[in-house]
Structure formats: C-alpha cells, structure tokens
Design a protein around this ligand. Structure first.
Ligand code: BGC
Length: 757
C-alpha cells in the first residue's frame, strides 16, 4: 500500500535549477576539468569498465545514494532537490497520482546530472502493468489468448507510451504464479501454469526491452514479485507463504528464470515471508538462486517499503537490522523507505556491514543505468508525449487483444454469435454503460473518457432497423443486505420483455482486483445474481458477459444462461473487442489459464496437482471436487474433433527426439481456432518425488476452415520432459510417461511412451 503525502509539486522551476559550475557540459558528454572525457563517460568502453571507473571515483555516500529510490510526492521539493544535487538519490518512482510530465522528469534529471558531483543520472520507474495510456486487457486476460506474440506486441506499445512520458523502467511483468482467486493480484499474472507463465514472462520482457533497451521507445522490465508472493495464505495480500523447495523450484521460480534468460534487467523482491524468511531478506533466493545459479547481472529493487517491513514481519529489530538483512541478502535498491541511507554508512564504520556489499549493489545499479543508455541520453524528448498516446495502431491492438482474451464458456444452440438480423436487443446490467469499469486494476494513466461503454460499442454494430435498449438493473457492488428499491429491477425485466435477446453485462469493479484487493467470496458482488435470475426468468435467450479480474464462481449463471462469455477487464478498447466477439467479427478463441472453482470452498483448485494414494476419493460431501471450468478450457464458434495421439516411437532417450501427432478436424460450420495443448505425466520411479497428474509442455494455436482437417505435429526432446530437484538441477528421469494432445487439462486420451537411459 502506498502512503504518499500530498506535497504539491512545484518543483525546480526556479532557484534549484541554478547550475553549479563544477563540470563543463558539452552536449551529452561531460568533460572533466582537463577538458578530457572520463573513462566512465566514454561509450566506446565496455560497461563493466565504465562502472569500475565510476565506482572508483565515488564516495561511500554517493554509492549509498545510488541504492535509494524515492517517491516524488512523499518528499518535499527542497528535500528532493538537495538529495539529487548531493548524489543521494539513485532513482525515482512515480505513481499515477503524482505524474506530471516528461518535462518534470527532465527538470529532476538536470539536477542529478548537472548539480551532483559525478553527474550520475536518475532512473525513473512507473507501474505500467498492462499499458500506460492505452490500456490493454489485464495480464490474466491476455494470457488466455495463448498467444505470446500478442503480449509481446502489447508490451511493445506499453513501452513506447511509457518511455514517451519520460519513464525508463516499467515494474512489469508480474510473473507470480497464483492458484487462489481470492488473491486480488491474480489479475496481474499469467495464471496457474509455470510452463505457460515462463513463455509469457519471456515474451513480456522482449516486448518491453526490445533488442536494445537503450532505444528511446523501450523501457527496462522488472520481474516481480520475487518470489512466492502468489501463494499468500487465505488469498490475503502480503500474507505469509509456505512453499516447499520442490514446489518453489517447479512452480514459482521457472517464470523468473525465463525472464532472466530473456534478458530482464531488473527484479523486484516481494513482501511475503517465504517458508520462514521474508522474500526481501532471503539470501537463498536472492543471491543463491538468482545470482549464483542464474547469473542475473541486473539489479534487485525491493517492493514498496519491503525493507522497513522486515521490522513488523519480525525479522529485523530496527531500521539498521532491516537494511543489513536486505542488503546482504541481495536487495540492491530500497524502494521509498530510507533505511539504507540512514544506517548503512554507520554500519560499515561499526564493521556490521561490509563496504563491499554496498559497492556490489551500486555496481549493479550503475550497470543497469549504463545498459539503459542513461549516461548518453539522460533527457527525453518532451514533445513526444503529445503524439505518443492512444495512437491508432495502439487502439487497434487493444481491440484485437480484448477480443482474443475473451473465453467462451458456454454457447447453447449457437446463441452466439449474435445474428445481424436480431431486431431488438436488451443490454442489462451494471457493466452495460460504464466504459471506465472495463479498464481493470493498475490503470496507468488512462483517462475515463478514453474508454467506450459496451452499449456504445454494440450500437455501432447494429443495423439502423435494430433496437438496443439499456438498463443497469442494479449497482455493481450494492451490499446484499441494503434496501434496494424494486424499480430498477423491474425496469430491467421490462426491458428484457420487449427484446428478442438479452445481453447481461455483469462483473466486478476494476478496483476489486489488484494489490490489497482480496475477496473472501468469489461470486458476483451485490445483487447481480438476483438481477440475472429476475431477467432470465423472462424467458428470452440470455447471453451473460462477465467483466472481472479473477475467476468467479459462476455456477448459477452458467446453468441458466444460453451463452456465457468471460471478458475479463479488457481495457480501453475492451467494449469494442467484446462486441467483435459477440457479433462474430472475431470468433472468441481464448482458453482459460486459471481453473474456475465452483465455490470458494474448493480453493485452491488447479489442474497440475499431485495424485493422492486414493485418487478416486477426496470428494466433498457437499459437492464435486473438480472445478467448474478446467485450465485450458474454452469454446469457439465452431467445433473440433481430435483423432488418437500418434507417437513416432514408443521410447526415446533422455536427449532423444519424439514426434507426437494428432489429427484435428474442424467439424463445425465456421472457420475457427483451436488451442491444441500437450500435457505429460511422468509415471512413478522418481527419487525426487512424484510428479503432477498433468503438466503442460507445449501448445499450438491452429486455424482451420470449416470441414478442414490437419495433422498437428509436436517435436519433443527428452530433455524438455524433466523437472527441477531441490538443488535446482534439471532431472530427466527414465521411466514411463503419458502424453495427451487435447483441448483442455481435463480431457483427452493419452498415449504412453518411455524414456530410456
Ligand atoms: C506493489 C508493486 C509495485 C510497487 C510500486 C507495490 O505496492 O506491490 O507491484 O510495483 O508498489 O508501485
């Protein structure tokens, strides 16, 4: 939670800008007093040499200054100016409420570069989570596209807009695996599967950083929250986690490793306690694994206040202890609190903290600043932001992403797509006419008027003869026990009576997911279910469209509605994208990346669980144990038939190859896309413990015309079929395996094979 004081930002318009004549500035390059260039300023030198040269010139105060990230608005302008001029601030974080303009960034940067002794530039960060001004669907929604290149493209636009605003660093992607829909931050991640999450993690990093992170339209990526944050007990944010080493290695770490391998320059340490040691003081994960095993060259920034929070977490007794524990565990930069600044110098003098630890942290931070090209280009073009936001290509992509993120969960009697001949449509529900509620959590710098409502998007689709009537029916989050006048319900029912078809637009408010937004109940909030039932009782075909940030328990809606479309919080073009899907201009082809429980009591429910010794037992006395919709599930406007799985050989060696093929037929009347999913199960014989009942190891999104058939071929290497042991070694164990090529995690007939030595 951010607690920012509301200091007005009158910054640096006047006196503070007075340049100090310590250095002579010649274009982008500072010349020293002898008129020559210092080695650290020479772009021709390799980065490690530049960093070493610069570090050699720095005082301990200046090194510690680099470790500090401050938030604009919680510091007075004069304190900021003075800190910058003294070289005591390495980085700035801007929150959306405090954002002004790239001109502001340049003003601050001028102080850092021109008034501090060595002119080390600032690096400026912001939470661009699913876009900056052009908001794309929430990450969980985008993951349902099963199209990593789509995420790469949305992140590329996000980087372009973020950079144009004068920001160098996006605190994205969030790669926390989550299985608990109560946890509000499930919206920010890529679902429950570590393999798919890893593919998205890498795609996201590529999208933000590009091939040259120093380019003016790219930003540094930040893999967060390292690590285990998504396992918060009870789904309550910031809560303790207890994760075995094997589960950590196989479910929570792979997404981070993939992001590091894709070149992410930064990682954020998490708030949670991880199996007894807070993640932001966890030497095992921060140093042992991240640096030791993966050779991560970049910087680790703490999450917001996560260093001082070591005190209430019971890990540190005071600020000095918190600083010492975090720094020596491997947290290089402290976000928004100042225990490093306040205590590290004294702790070095007292022999409690090795100076080398400070030097090492500063080295990593400077390395990232050089990599971002900040020494060559500390300032940004202030005019770019006038034309950079919401460009037509960005809006078009946001619309494409919104329709590709939709998951069709039910479609009885081909209710969808809506026929253009439909004369009278009733659009009912609290999401019907509220474009801003479609944005989702972490709405960047989006303005309410950037969005479009579902009512407006549908109207744009209808022929002049058709009629659309709109009724809200009830509020989005009315308390169930509140006294509600019956009139709005009645109005909605009347509206349904006059229509041929009803679209019920229901869901959760945008700010009911994201940080610190846990729910103990995952049904539709307020009186929406009652509204649904009252409207459905009219007897017209009902299409339910749900806008939400987490899996919801949709059982009653699923049972009654003729069609059910999961639209998530789809962003600024969300309504248009959903309208495209409803009218069939785009056939929804999303597949769930998170299981949908039947009720909150089933949580956690996920496909890749272990078997018990009694696999057929363990039902609830009051209901089934399988989810309402499994991982991978989703329909489209046509149907597909799968032939049997054919393997090129019944056995392969550990580093040998195998081909798995399935004949896929579009058996419906329209062209469409199927996501063919490859799952395996390793059957027994493991010294490192049993493996899950299924694990995703591949997928292909296949487009087939009506009636068309095609062989879908997967080339597997034995090496891909392993898992991590508790030391982090990748094991491929000989033994029997089962393999499915199928449409979701709960279907299909497997073929068996063996891995031999
Ligand atoms: C969140 C992070 C975010 C940071 C900076 C924290 O409260 O947990 O995800 O990047 O704030 O805004």
């Amino acid at each position: 939670m951010k607690i920012a004081s509301a200091v007005p930002c009158l910054l640096f318009a006047g006196a503070a800008l007075a340049a100090q004549p310590a250095l002579y500035h010649d274009g982008w390059i500072d010349l020293n007093k002898n008129g020559t260039e210092d080695a650290f300023e020479d772009p021709a030198q390799p980065i490690p040499a530049r960093v070493a040269d610069l570090l050699g010139r720095m005082t301990i105060d200046e090194k510690i200054g680099q470790l500090l990230m401050v938030e604009m608005r919680s510091n007075s302008p004069s304190a900021l100016a003075s800190g910058l001029a003294k070289g005591q601030i390495g980085s700035l974080i801007i929150s959306s409420e405090g954002f002004e303009s790239p001109a502001m960034r340049n003003r601050l940067q001028h102080i850092a570069v021109e008034q501090s002794r060595l002119g080390v530039p600032l690096v400026v960060g912001f939470d661009s989570i699913h876009g900056f001004r052009t908001l794309f669907p929430i990450p969980l929604a985008q993951s349902c596209s099963w199209e990593p290149s789509l995420l790469e493209r949305t992140q590329t636009i996000s980087a372009r807009e973020t950079a144009a605003a004068g920001i160098d660093w996006a605190f994205s992607p969030m790669v926390d695996m989550a299985r608990d829909p109560r946890w509000g931050r499930i919206a920010e991640g890529f679902g429950e599967d570590p393999w798919l999450g890893s593919v998205y993690s890498a795609a996201s990093v590529r999208g933000l950083q590009g091939t040259n992170v120093a380019a003016s339209d790219r930003v540094l990526a930040c893999l967060k929250h390292y690590v285990g944050y998504g396992a918060a007990e009870g789904g309550r944010d910031y809560n303790t986690t207890e994760i075995s080493e094997s589960t950590l290695r196989n479910f929570y770490l792979p997404q981070f490793k993939a992001g590091v391998q894709a070149g992410a320059w930064t990682v954020m340490s998490a708030f949670n306690e991880l199996s007894g040691v807070p993640a932001s003081a966890n030497r095992h994960t921060l140093t042992g694994i991240l640096r030791g095993e993966w050779n991560f060259p970049g910087l680790v920034v703490s999450d917001w206040g996560a260093v001082t929070q070591l005190i209430p977490q019971g890990m540190a007794g005071d600020a000095a202890g918190a600083a010492r524990l975090a720094l020596t565990a491997g947290v290089d930069m402290e976000m928004v609190t100042s225990t490093y600044l306040d205590t590290l110098k004294d702790q070095v003098a007292q022999g409690k903290v090795p100076e080398a630890a400070i030097e090492e942290a500063a080295r990593r931070i400077l390395t990232v600043k050089f990599a971002k090209g900040l020494f060559e280009h500390p300032y940004v073009d202030e005019t770019l932001c006038q034309t950079a936001y919401l460009r037509p290509d960005a809006r078009a992509l946001a619309r494409e992403a919104a329709s590709k993120s939709c998951v069709l969960l039910k479609n009885q009697s081909n209710t969808l797509p809506i026929s253009p001949q439909t004369k009278a449509i009733a659009l009912i529900g609290p999401m019907a006419d509220d474009g801003g509620q479609l944005f989702g959590c972490w709405a960047g710098l989006a303005h309410f008027e950037d969005g479009i409502s579902l009512a407006a998007a549908l109207r744009a689709k209808l022929s002049p003869q058709a009629r659309l009537t709109v009724a809200r029916g009830c509020a989005l989050v009315e308390r169930a026990d509140a006294t509600v006048a019956p009139e709005p319900f009645q109005q909605a029912v009347d509206c349904a009576k006059t229509a041929d078809l009803v679209i019920l637009a229901l869901g959760e408010p945008s700010d009911w997911s994201g940080e610190n937004k846990a729910r103990s109940d995952i049904t539709l909030p307020g009186r929406q279910l009652e509204l649904f039932q009252a409207v459905a009782a009219v007897g017209k075909p009902v299409i339910a469209v749900i806008f939400n940030g987490r899996p919801l328990a949709l059982g009653p809606v699923h049972e009654t509605a003729a069609a059910l479309l999961e639209a998530w919080h789809p962003g600024v073009e969300g309504a248009n994208g959903v309208a495209d899907a409803l009218f069939g201009d785009v056939a929804p082809a999303g597949r769930l990346t998170t299981s949908f429980p039947r009720s909150v009591g089933q949580v956690p429910v996920h496909y890749n669980h272990l078997n018990t010794g009694r696999p057929t037992y363990g039902e609830y006395v009051d209901g089934p144990r399988d989810p309402l919709f499994p991982f991978g599930f989703g329909l489209t406007y046509t149907t597909f038939e799968y032939g049997p799985v054919r393997l090129s050989s019944p056995a392969l060696r550990r580093n040998g190859a195998l081909t798995a093929t399935v004949r896929l037929k579009n058996s419906g009347a329209r062209s469409g896309e199927e996501v063919v999913q490859l799952y395996i199960q390793a059957l027994g014989a493991s010294e490192a413990g049993p493996r899950p009942v299924r694990e995703l190891k591949g997928f292909q999104k296949v487009h087939l015309d009506a009636g068309e058939s095609r062989d879908v071929v997967f080339n597997l290497n034995g090496n891909e079929l392993g898992f991590y042991d508790v030391r982090g070694d990748w094991l491929v164990e000989p033994g029997r395996f089962r393999l499915w090529l199928t449409k979701d995690a709960a279907s299909g007939t497997p073929a068996d094979f063996e891995i031999t030595r």
